[in-house]
Design a protein around this ligand. Structure first.
Ligand code: SF4
Ligand code: FES
Length: 356
């Protein structure tokens, strides 16, 4: 259904919960324009409906208008996922002309101080506000995305105020997911149970306030749940992620899985990778599952949870997601909940990877 095209890992921001891998891809390894063009055509042929241009910051790629045009021509719904830092009228109008359908604009907070703290960049908020105005003025549907965590979760009501003021049609309140950079900063970012419950009440109040006028997505941290989320809607079922260098992955974090040869669009076509590669077939369906998933009546609802979470916390991508109360390793999650600390944030920078 969806292709997430991570065009680059370059980004002016340094968010400490970034979903990119700790080992960021150098610009020298980025796929050239013509390969992305072929990949977009192959995705449409394979039945993909939506192309999400992401990064890093996709607007750091000079060829973005060409890629948007090609995706739109192939019949794909084109979504731009951006920080807005590089987005102004001059850079956005070519994307509108090329056929961009929707923009998802990230905000790190509602206050300039909070935004500076998380983005690691001065005056980012003003540029984001301006980007939102440009997008709405061009008549392109806008979603505001707020990643929430212990340091900003209490400002959810103000996040909805900002979305209304800016004319956003959709708001996504997404609790931080704890892989990669988020896992590195988990002790500082993981909210308390009381904060989580307040965030649920705040989102419910916003749903009552806006009704059908604003679509609201709410992603909760699964650490406080008893059962895991169906990560990516199930491994290799509806989602393809392509890294800046062309690795084709079932999710954004799969590159951490050891002992796997990663298929790349430089060596194979998308259909062959989707249907035949070891990586996409490794955790597809239910045959790979260990107990307790194998005999569980939820196995075709959550597909055993998240493989990357199992790997990150247990060292085994083939284990039951430890979020699950039936997992023998649930104590790892409960220990993480107990370990909160006000440690300094480790920002997403190439130079900060080695400290892992
Ligand atoms: Fe999901 Fe496996 Fe837990 Fe069942 S045992 S709820 S399939 S993670
Ligand atoms: Fe990789 Fe969940 S992020 S399976």
């Amino acid at each position: 259904m969806s292709l997430l095209a991570e065009l680059t890992h370059r980004c002016p921001l340094q968010c400490p919960y970034c979903s990119n891998p700790l080992a960021l891809e150098n610009v020298r390894n980025e796929l050239p324009t013509d390969v992305w063009m072929r990949v977009l055509d192959e995705a449409a042929d394979l039945g993909v409906l939506q192309a999400h241009f992401s990064g890093g910051e996709p607007m750091a790629r000079k060829d973005l208008p060409e890629l948007v045009r090609r995706a739109a021509k192939a019949g794909l719904y084109v979504n731009l996922i951006t920080s807005g830092i590089l987005l102004d009228e001059a850079s956005f109008i070519p994307l509108v002309d090329a056929g961009v359908d929707h923009v998802q604009l990230s905000f790190q907070d509602v206050t300039p101080e909070g935004a500076d703290l998380i983005g690691g960049m001065k005056n980012a908020q003003a540029r984001k506000l301006e980007a939102a105005r440009v997008i709405v003025a061009q008549g392109v549907p806008l979603t505001l995305n707020f990643v929430v965590h212990r340091l900003n979760v209490e400002r959810i009501p103000q996040m909805f105020d900002l979305a209304e003021e800016l004319g956003a049609r959709r708001v996504e309140i997404a609790h931080t997911q704890y892989y990669g950079w988020g896992l590195k900063n988990r002790a500082t970012l993981l909210p308390t149970r009381a904060q989580l419950e307040q965030s649920e009440r705040d989102v419910a109040a916003a749903r009552a306030r806006f009704g059908a006028e604003m679509a609201i997505d709410f992603v909760t941290p699964d650490y406080y749940a008893d059962e895991p989320k169906p990560c990516m809607g199930g491994w290799g079922r509806r989602f393809i992620n392509i890294s800046p260098s062309g690795r084709v992955l079932p999710c954004h974090a799969a590159e951490t899985i050891p002992g796997v040869s990663f298929p790349t669009v430089l060596e194979d076509g998308l259909e062959s990778i989707w249907t035949k590669s070891d990586l996409f077939n490794r955790f597809r369906g239910v045959d790979w599952m260990p107990e307790p998933c194998r005999a569980c009546d939820r196995r075709e609802e959550d597909w055993g949870g998240c493989r990357c979470q199992a790997l990150a916390l247990l060292g085994d991508a083939g284990a039951t997601d430890p979020v699950c109360r039936r997992s023998p390793d649930r104590s790892r999650i409960d220990a993480a909940i107990a370990e909160s600390a006000d440690a300094p944030l480790t920002y997403r920078r190439m130079s900060n990877h080695k400290t892992q």
